[in-house]
Design a protein around this ligand. Structure first.
Ligand code: DGY
Length: 358
């Protein structure tokens, strides 16, 4: 709506739900103007732990935004206008009470590929679409998986702590690590991210094994030199096992006591998928007893772990706080995709990354 074309604007009320904006000029002349204005979106908090301003600006190009905190203070005022809801895996859940207070909602759009935190059947039952951001997350997540693998193998974090601590001295043969070049990598979950990890590992001359629900094409396998294996053989033969599966009923607890026992005592488990894919009690036991050498985890359950969780005090664990996609470039790409999905849903067009009910 062309607010800037109206002189002496003294009051501006919007009612996207009715399709009209009601504007009072000079306090006496009322005009009803068909809304050409931006739709409204609900987002979680801006600032610390929330959206960085730059990302909010991308959303603001297409939407008026209401933060969840402001919305919850006055759901009756904002609720009817909101047509899109932007969420991340750490956002409060899209619960029935929230969905009921958003009668114009068209889409819940998730930043990230994993949608295990969203109840898709529930959201769909409100006539609301769900979308995610596949593909654009793959490079950053694959980079982080390699970073965790290298950091764990070469004890990079321990090395840093020694280097900056004036009380410790360098030992010529201290901090011995595992050789990455030429080692065997087992990738469990060979979707977009898994494949990107394979591409990167080729540069380290690694022998690449993979397991996936569906075997990749012969061309895909050849391009990265990956060999398909059943899970047990992959676990037995790998020096590094990287988990990149979606969290589903089938993959919950995929790596438990039995699977960890199959791994080499010198092997490292890297998890960039979801914490629940691993039975954490079994993992603690395996790390304490030396069944495996180490774990490097970008994901845990819950996130963050309680401060007294045993994983936090084990010397052979490296943990990052679910930062797989956290690069400026990737988050920008994710938010653009979230905006594209939301704009399409609001306009009633096909939603590019719609997550369909199975
Ligand atoms: O699912 C994803 O893409 C990442 O974990 C970010 O949530």
């Amino acid at each position: 709506m062309g607010i800037k074309h109206l002189n002496k604007l003294s009051l501006y009320l919007t009612s996207a739900a009715s399709g009209f904006n009601v504007v009072a000029v000079d306090g006496n002349i009322f005009q009803q103007i068909m809304a050409e204005d931006k739709p409204w979106a609900l987002i979680s908090e801006v600032g610390e732990q929330g959206y960085v301003e730059e990302v909010v600006d991308i959303i603001k190009e297409h939407f008026h935004i209401v933060c969840l905190k402001d919305f919850l203070e006055n759901p009756v005022l904002h609720g009817p206008n909101i047509q899109a809801m932007f969420v991340w895996n750490c956002s409060p859940a899209a619960e029935p009470s929230l969905l009921r207070s958003l009668p114009s909602l068209k889409v819940v759009t998730n930043g990230g590929v994993g949608i295990d935190h969203l109840d898709v059947p529930l959201i769909s039952s409100f006539g609301v679409k769900v979308a995610n951001t596949p593909d654009v997350v793959s490079d950053a997540t694959a980079d982080l998986a390699m970073g965790l693998l290298l950091a764990s193998a070469r004890k990079i974090v321990e090395g840093h702590l020694i280097a900056v601590d004036p009380k410790t001295s360098y030992l010529p043969l201290g901090l011995m690590g595992e050789e990455v070049t030429g080692s065997t990598l087992g990738i469990i979950g060979m979707g977009h991210i898994g494949y990107k990890i394979a591409q990167r590992s080729k540069g380290f001359d690694m022998r690449i094994l993979y397991h996936n629900r569906n075997r990749r094409s012969a061309e895909d396998e050849l391009a990265v030199g990956a060999t398909y294996k059943n899970m047990d053989d992959l676990l037995k033969e790998s020096d590094f096992v990287v988990l990149v599966v979606n969290l589903t009923a089938e993959t919950t607890g995929l790596i438990g006591h039995r699977e960890l026992s199959l791994m080499k005592p010198t092997a490292t488990l890297v998890n960039v998928s979801r914490g629940l894919v691993v039975d954490q009690e079994a993992l603690v036991e395996a790390l304490q007893s030396g069944k495996i050498r180490a774990a490097a985890l970008d994901v845990t359950h819950p996130e963050p772990l309680p401060r007294d969780h045993p994983l936090l005090s084990l010397h052979n664990v490296l943990i990052t706080p679910h930062v797989g996609t956290n690069t400026y470039a990737t988050v920008r790409k994710m938010v653009r995709r979230m905006v594209d999905n939301s704009v399409a849903a609001v306009k009633g067009l096909p939603v590019p990354d719609e997550v369909k009910l199975k």
